[in-house]
Design a protein around this ligand. Structure first.
Ligand code: ZN
Length: 85
């Protein structure tokens, strides 16, 4: 099972918790936390972002928009894994 499959599995379990209602609804928050953490491990391509008033374009984090000045494996701001290939 890879990270994407694990996220899909947890999303389904999360929905099951919500459908059951009651105390099960509280468990959905645990899945939210796990899904959020695991999603950062699935590499995403950087996006093109504008750096403020200088109007120069650079690579940025697809999640939070952090500007990369060099190719780091993870976003320094939010921890998202970046796919530079
Ligand atoms: Zn980020």
């Amino acid at each position: 099972m890879d990270a994407k499959q694990a996220i899909e599995f947890m999303n389904q379990r999360r929905l099951d918790c919500i459908v059951h209602g009651g105390i099960e609804t509280a468990f959905a928050k645990h899945y939210d936390l796990a899904i959020s953490a695991l999603s950062k491990q699935v590499p995403m391509k950087p996006v093109r972002v504008n750096i403020g008033r200088t109007e120069s374009i650079t690579d940025g984090c697809p999640v939070c928009g952090w500007h990369f000045f060099d190719a780091k494996p993870y976003c320094m701001s939010c921890g998202q894994k970046i796919d530079w290939d």
